[in-house]
Design a protein around this ligand. Structure first.
Ligand code: AMP
Length: 196
């Protein structure tokens, strides 16, 4: 788990991909949903997040990336955080037009060896499909294939957008960040929003 400025980043997508790679029972269960661009069932996700938050991860605080993605997940998270006395302080919504999301996801390629991430449209490697850092052939996430990306956008609208409305009803601060800009600009704004 990455730590930045004393904050742990807990990405449920990364945790699931790790479980798929390791071939654990959780990974086997999650893979079919992930490959289809569907959400992994709430009960599975809540078990995973509960276990992660019980580990020694909360420190100064933590950023949840990709969670909660449904209303039941948000409600369960609120309860879990109340129980450990760490209520949600801020919700950051990264706003990007659909056309850009499609290009960012369908053009994304990553190195299976060192983890470097490229984009065929915005940040291509020097040699086509080969990692600049370690020379390994790049790969594409199954769920970044064009048809699955479209399904993921639909799922976001149906199941995840209501989570933002849930937090807008208060008392949590909800901040929308225009994320159709460079990595540096978005990162600066995110740091500002989190007082980092
Ligand atoms: P991400 O890397 O956040 O885009 O997540 C990749 C995939 O993992 C998603 O398309 C879902 O299939 C699954 N996933 C990640 N986080 C969640 C979540 N909070 N609830 C359900 N499924 C999730």
């Amino acid at each position: 788990m990455a730590v930045q400025n004393g904050l742990h980043k807990i990405s449920t997508g990364d945790l699931l991909r790790e479980a798929v790679r390791d071939g654990t029972p959780l990974g086997k269960e999650a893979k079919k949903f992930m490959d289809a661009g569907e959400l992994v069932p709430d009960a599975v996700m809540l078990g995973l997040v509960r276990e992660t938050l019980q580990g020694d991860t909360v420190g100064r605080g933590f950023i949840l990336d990709g969670f909660p993605r449904t209303l039941p997940q948000a409600e369960a998270l609120d309860q879990m955080l109340t129980d450990i006395n760490r209520p949600v302080e801020a919700v950051l919504v990264l706003d990007v037009p659909d056309e850009t999301i499609v290009k960012r996801l369908s053009g994304r390629r990553s190195c299976p060896k060192c983890g470097a991430v490229y984009n065929q449209f915005f940040d291509p490697p020097k040699q086509n499909n080969v990692c600049d850092k370690c020379g390994t052939e790049l790969s594409q996430r199954r769920d970044d294939e064009a048809k699955t990306v479209q399904r993921r956008l639909d799922v976001y609208r149906e199941q995840t957008a209501p989570v933002v409305d849930h937090y807008r009803r208060g008392p949590v601060r909800v901040q929308t960040i225009a994320a159709d800009r460079s990595i540096d600009q978005v990162q600066r704004e995110l740091r500002g929003a989190l007082n980092l």
